[in-house]
Design a protein around this ligand. Structure first.
Ligand SMILES: Nc1ncnc2c1ncn2[C@@H]1O[C@H](COP(=O)(O)OP(=O)(O)OP(=O)(O)O)[C@@H](O)[C@H]1O
Ligand SMILES: [Mg+2]
Length: 253
């Protein structure tokens, strides 16, 4: 039965999608069966796997209708590693408001993933930068939350807010736990970032993964090229970093 991991942080641009794509592909390279769910109307994860346009079905389809199947697309990268992806699209933004009037609106994703959970070892859910109904659906469906964050002052406040939301979700999903906080886009040369990183580790302790993801031009280039870092050339350093993160995730979940 798959471990379900919601990758969440209501702060924008902190590395949620990049973490989901590279952690997911990294787990698949280790031989795990992986499903990646794009729950963000921005559909960035969908784009990372080159799936941008003309998709007939998205995650929105099966959130709106209990009868609809989860639309799963199989992606094989240049190295022959496969991951399954549930794509998103812009109209998923409308799903969020449409769900407000529906019964069991927080449980939609949990129900749908329950149908496919036995086919996977890990299901990772990429969420939008808000604590709205889509993110709540992800956290209700998940066993774990992975929280990418920048080492910046305002990010620290954001983590406290996210923790409050997680506490609220416990009411519906008492099994939800923080798997770990990933320091992303880290620039150790900036005194502010080094200081916040230290503070983050002293405050959140074991919750913070040892692996830090530095700001790295190849990580940026790979996502805009529509591939994970494992399929992009010249990324030896970045690959090593995500392999380390995969190790930590496997050890914890
Ligand atoms: N380690 C890194 N080094 C350099 N650029 C990075 C790194 N990680 C992510 N980026 C870039 O930073 C931008 C934001 O990252 P990403 O899309 O993963 O964040 P996000 O939290 O998913 O954003 P959103 O909240 O909009 O969904 C992207 O352009 C991405 O390519
Ligand atoms: Mg994103």
């Amino acid at each position: 039965m798959a471990s379900i991991i919601a990758v969440a942080n209501q702060k924008g641009g902190v590395g949620k999608t990049t973490t989901t794509a590279n952690l997911g592909t990294g787990l698949a390279r280790r031989g795990f069966r992986v499903l990646l769910v794009d729950l963000d109307p921005q559909a960035n994860l969908t784009a990372v796997f080159g799936l941008e346009r003309g998709l007939a079905e998205s995650i929105g389809t099966c959130l709106m209708s209990r009868e609809a199947d989860v639309p799963i697309l199989r992606i094989e990268d240049v190295a022959g590693v496969t991951v399954d992806v549930v794509p998103s699209s812009l109209d998923v933004a409308a799903v969020e408001s449409a769900l407000v009037n529906k019964l069991g609106r927080e449980l939609r994703l949990r129900e749908q993933l329950g149908r496919v959970q036995s086919q996977y070892d890990y299901i990772l859910i990429d969420t939008p930068p808000s604590l709205g109904l889509l993110t709540i659906n992800a956290m209700v469906a998940a066993n774990w939350v992975v929280i990418p964050t920048e080492a910046r002052f305002f990010s620290m406040q954001g983590l406290d807010m996210l923790k409050e939301s997680i506490n609220e979700v416990l009411y519906m999903n008492p099994n939800l736990k923080i798997l770990g906080i990933v320091v992303s886009k880290y620039d150790r040369r900036l005194r502010e970032e080094a200081t916040v990183n230290e503070f983050l580790r002293s405050t959140w302790g074991e919750n913070v993964f040892a692996t830090e993801v530095p700001t790295n031009s190849k990580i940026l280039e790979a996502s805009s090229a529509g591939v994970s870092i494992f399929a992009y050339r010249g990324t030896k350093k970045a690959v090593q970093i995500y392999e380390n993160l995969v190790e930590e995730v496997v050890a914890r979940a």
